[in-house]
Ligand binder design. Structure first.
Ligand SMILES: [Zn+2]
Ligand SMILES: [Zn+2]
Length: 279
């Protein structure tokens, strides 16, 4: 399977030449596997451009949402497959104890926030509460679990042909630690990440920024590196970049990572919009 990054930001930055390489769209990742099937992780603003690539040969689209914060669903109203008559589209997201998925998505896909009602979309739409544990999406084996982030939030572990991708775009596994030392049995997200060939993970803050934002649900780059190393992942792709960080700053943070965290034996890949990786 391949993965392609269509949006890597935690929120949309101001347009400008300083944001070109890392991109300005919010969370969206395509998992390219079975022919004729499109699988997407999160529907941030990056999903609009992805939708333009969905041709008539595609018979089914699955959209797996990590959670329903605005930066992960804001592209939904601009995702062409939702407006393609009779196309089989499935949206999966975390269950909530208060409102079902249709009611929560309809908050956005309805006036005054959006002109088209969810129920008026012409595609053949099926909504699912993502089960915790294992399920299949086409040729992909998917495992979902709740992870540390405000509100019901899922991490995904996706396996095909013995290769594994772990995806945790919004995640604060270091919450509650004085000094972050992940342990398999009880660190949020550890089991989803363990031994994955590729881990795409929140790396929104510097250490200094994190100090002022503890509990907001995101990671310092150093925490992400520590988790990746402890979980023995093959490669780490940084994700959910802060909207205030320019290309030059992000280059610097990645270059400094080894100085901050000591030797890193996990290959570190800066998550940039448009990047495609073979898992
Ligand atoms: Zn987010
Ligand atoms: Zn979030």
């Amino acid at each position: 399977m391949n993965v392609k990054l269509w949006g890597t930001r935690g929120s949309v930055p101001s347009a400008g030449h300083d944001f070109v390489r890392y991109g300005g769209n919010t969370s969206c990742v395509e998992v390219q596997a079975q022919e004729g099937w499109v699988t997407v992780l999160d529907a941030g603003s990056g999903v609009r451009a992805l939708g333009e690539t969905v041709g008539p040969e595609i018979t089914r689209v699955d959209l797996l949402l990590s959670h329903l914060h605005m930066d992960h669903i804001q592209g939904l109203g601009f995702f062409a497959p939702l407006f393609t008559p009779d196309l089989d589209v499935h949206i999966w997201g975390p269950a909530s104890t208060t409102l079902d998925m249709r009611e929560r998505l309809a908050r956005y896909l309805s006036p005054p926030l959006f002109p088209v009602l969810l129920r008026d979309l012409p595609c053949k739409l099926t909504l699912h509460n993502t089960p915790l544990g294992n399920f299949e999406v086409g040729s992909l084996s998917v495992e979902a679990d709740l992870i540390c982030h405000p509100g019901p939030t899922l991490g995904y572990r996706i396996t095909e042909g013995g290769r594994t991708l772990a995806y945790m775009p919004d995640h604060e596994p270091a919450l509650g630690f004085r000094s972050f030392q992940p342990e398999k049995e009880w660190t949020s997200g550890f089991k989803l990440a363990e031994g994955a060939d590729v881990l795409i993970h929140d790396a929104q803050y510097t250490n200094d920024e994190y100090e002022g934002k503890i509990g907001w649900g995101h990671s310092a780059l150093s925490h992400t590196l520590i988790l990746a190393k402890a979980a023995a992942v093959g490669r780490l792709v940084t994700f959910h970049h802060d909207p205030a960080h320019t290309d030059a700053q992000l280059d610097q943070f990645h270059a400094d990572a080894e100085l901050e965290c000591g030797e890193i034996d996990v290959p570190l890949i800066p998550g940039q919009e448009g990047l495609t990786l073979k898992v």
